[in-house]
Design a protein around this ligand. Structure first.
Ligand code: NCD
Length: 296
């Protein structure tokens, strides 16, 4: 059994194994799978979710598992129960727990005998999203090494960006970053990356797509701002047709979703739009991650 909490220093070998298991899972998605039919997966999400929670349920059910959905707003949390107690109870009812929480250090407070999967801990990480991002890239290009990335948006608060960079730290890729001045990655963030990889990362001051293979867009995480919230920051990097017209023919655009105004709807019908395919890839990837956690 293993937890899946962070991609910081995650073994490259294990990552590649998950990607290849996801491929198998995808090929057999519609065959009945009884691999874990005696097991129960519980989701405990303390922040909103559409894709992550439902794709975990879909993944679990495709593996023959049953699912439980703990909803904090209708639970004893409302009577003052602590998260530690709540998780102890859920542990007794389940074989694996998928948790999303607004605190960065939530997992250091939890100690369970069943595997835990991090579905987002505050602004810190969202490791399962990053693995599905890699899977989508690998499907599109049949490789990850050698690609040029441009990562755009709320780099400071966007946990998917953090996990993606930790994952890409294992590959020979070049990375450009573009964001509003106040939303750069925290200084501490870089200390977790290899020196070699750091040499291949740089901020750019213009949203330009020439040479880019993978454009990774993100929304502004307005809910994370304290005090006065800015408005319409994403207009600074809206993907308008004149920017896109300079893209390489095989550029793919990824976005963890939900989007705000950074990707106009017109982009959806272009060959570059991969974000809905990306969302669909969540199911085989999360099947592979559940299997990694239960088997290991
Ligand atoms: C992301 C998240 O929750 O961090 N959503 C997701 O899981 N696909 C991105 C976001 O909310 O912006």
């Amino acid at each position: 059994m293993a937890n899946f909490l962070s991609l910081k220093n995650f073994e490259k070998n294990e990552l590649l194994k998950i990607l290849s298991e996801a491929k198998q899972m995808e090929q057999n998605l519609y065959n009945s799978n009884t691999l874990f039919s005696s097991k129960i997966l519980t989701a405990a999400f303390f922040e909103p979710s559409t894709r992550t929670k439902l794709s975990f349920f879909a993944a679990a059910q495709r593996l023959g598992m049953k699912t439980l959905d703990y909803l904090p707003e209708f639970s004893s949390l409302k009577k003052g129960e602590s998260i530690e107690d709540t998780i102890k109870i859920l542990e007794g009812y389940s074989d694996i727990l998928v948790i999303r929480h607004y605190e960065e250090d939530i997992f250091s407070k939890l100690d369970t005998s069943i595997p835990l999967i991090n579905a987002g801990n505050g602004t810190d990480e969202h490791p399962t999203q990053a693995v599905l991002d890699l899977y989508t890239i690998q499907k599109a290009f049949s490789k990850i090494d050698g690609l040029n990335f441009l990562i755009v948006g709320d780099l400071k608060n966007g946990r998917t960006v953090h996990s993606l960079l930790f994952a890409l730290n294992n590959f020979d890729v070049s990375i450009k970053l573009f964001c509003p001045q106040e939303l750069k990655l925290g200084k501490n963030f870089f200390s977790a990356l290899d020196q070699d990889f750091l040499k291949r990362i740089s901020y750019v001051s213009k949203l330009e797509l020439t040479d880019i293979d993978v454009l990774y867009m993100t929304r502004i995480q307005y809910e994370r701002f304290k005090g006065k919230k800015p408005k319409g920051l994403e207009k600074l990097y809206r993907l308008n047709p004149s920017i896109l017209s300079k893209a390489k023919d095989n550029l793919i655009i990824l976005h963890p979703l939900p989007r705000l105004e950074e990707i106009p709807k017109e982009v959806d019908s272009t060959k570059h739009a991969y974000y809905f395919k990306q969302a669909k890839n969540a199911v085989p990837i999360r099947m592979a991650i559940i299997s990694y956690c239960l088997k290991k």
